[in-house]
Design a protein around this ligand. Structure first.
Ligand code: NAD
Length: 367
């Protein structure tokens, strides 16, 4: 999250792991390779002070290994902040599998990945992320208990995305209250970028409340389907970042708020599910603030999924997960207040609170 997306050539000039821009004192990076199944994966454990490092596995057709490493470093760090700010006793970790999930994912590959997860004896617990479905987590469960988000029929909590969407909706309402004086979203123009697992459910919540929702996705088939199902309009403009909307909800991939887009954005609130929305939190967060755009920190408002899978570790209770997720509304308002009082961006405010919690626990653990 701290780091700037940079070119593969620039990445290669740096020291291979500890010298990467995204390296932020990560505790452990595990490179997993299996010739027979074609598995190439990287597991990143950023910080385990608060508990085992829990975070999803992403399967993505990365342009090269540098990009995959950069992603796992950024994502695992984000998980540390997400769990810390949400009050969960979990550390931050994440895994990436290099490859096309549509054509290269096999049960054998997922089982082999599960064996690598198992070899870490619970220091890392996996879950679903982009390119994964609940059935993949079930396959991993065949070889290791260190996995969450398995099917309800197997005692798990199933797909976390609907809970994530509920948390994003709560965070968006809190941001609307702060920015517009009311958390009512009816009549508000909202642009949802990415209508996958999370984006679709978010569209459902928003249209039910009467928001004027526009959707955009690279998958055109999905656009027609979701548009018809919820009565959302398909965004047809040339450049979505210049769209005259009240709220922009990034729900595809990260780093959409970057040098190219940050001055174009017309929305007054940014609140979405994607991880690492700010390409560089030190640059783009302050620019948004100067431009009067309220940014709801991604790792704070997209924590519904982790709240849901965390519950699975002890005893899963859906109602309790939804109640805790609803509380994202209050936490988001608290962060905005803290940011204002301390003259910080919301992102930095949320990070400061999370850092304090980790430092406090470290002290307690040392006693
Ligand atoms: P998904 O893969 O189901 O959906 C992503 C959607 O974005 C797809 O429909 C894809 O076609 C679309 N997309 C990809 N690139 C795009 C682009 N350039 N422009 C427009 N659309 C594009 O993923 P998801 O589970 O819905 O997650 C969405 C985001 O939220 C991801 O960044 C993920 O890491 C994050 N997130 C998800 C969860 C969860 O519970 N699923 C939890 C926390 C964070």
């Amino acid at each position: 999250m701290t780091t700037e997306i940079t070119t593969p050539q620039e990445l290669q000039k740096m020291d291979p792991v500890f010298g990467q821009l995204s390296f932020d004192n990560h505790e452990q990076i595990v490179f997993c390779n299996d010739k027979d199944t074609g598995l190439k994966a990287i597991i990143g454990i950023h910080n385990s002070v608060l508990g085992p490092a829990l975070g999803g596995t992403r399967m993505w057709n990365y342009a090269n290994e540098w990009e995959a490493l950069n992603d796992v470093l950024r994502l695992s760090r984000g998980m540390t902040y997400k769990s810390a700010i949400t009050g969960l006793d979990l550390g931050g970790g994440k895994a990436v599998i290099i490859g096309d999930a549509k054509t290269q994912k096999t049960p054998e590959l997922m089982r082999k990945f599960g064996e690598f997860v198992h070899s870490l004896s619970g220091r890392y617990i996996t879950a679903e992320d982009v390119g994964m479905v609940t059935a993949d987590m079930d396959t991993v469960r065949d070889v290791t208990p260190y996995v969450t988000g398995i099917s309800e029929s197997r005692g798990g909590s199933g797909n976390p995305s609907p809970v994530t969407a509920y948390g994003v909706y709560m965070g968006m309402k809190a941001a609307a209250k702060y920015q517009f004086g009311s958390d009512k979203l009816d009549g508000k123009k909202v642009l949802v970028q990415g209508i996958g697992h999370v984006g679709e459910t978010l569209v459902d919540y928003l249209t039910k409340e009467g928001a004027l929702v526009q959707i955009t996705d690279i998958n055109e088939g999905r656009l027609d389907e979701v548009s018809k199902k919820y009565g959302a309009s398909i965004f047809t403009g040339a450049d979505l970042y210049t769209a005259e909307v009240d709220i922009y909800a990034p729900c595809a991939l990260g780093a959409t708020i970057n040098d190219d887009t940050v001055y174009k954005i017309q929305a007054k609130v940014i609140a979405g599910a994607a991880n690492n929305q700010l390409a560089n939190e030190n640059i783009h967060g302050p620019i948004l603030q100067e431009r009067g755009i309220l940014y709801a920190p991604d790792f704070l408002i997209n924590a519904g999924g982790i709240i849901n899978v965390y519950a699975e570790i002890a005893h899963y209770d859906k109602a309790e997960s939804m109640r805790r997720t609803e509380n994202i509304y209050n936490t988001t308002l608290e962060i905005f207040d803290y940011a204002k009082t301390n003259n910080l961006t919301p992102q930095k405010a949320a990070m400061a609170i999370a850092d304090n919690r980790i430092a406090q626990r470290k002290k307690e653990n040392a006693k």
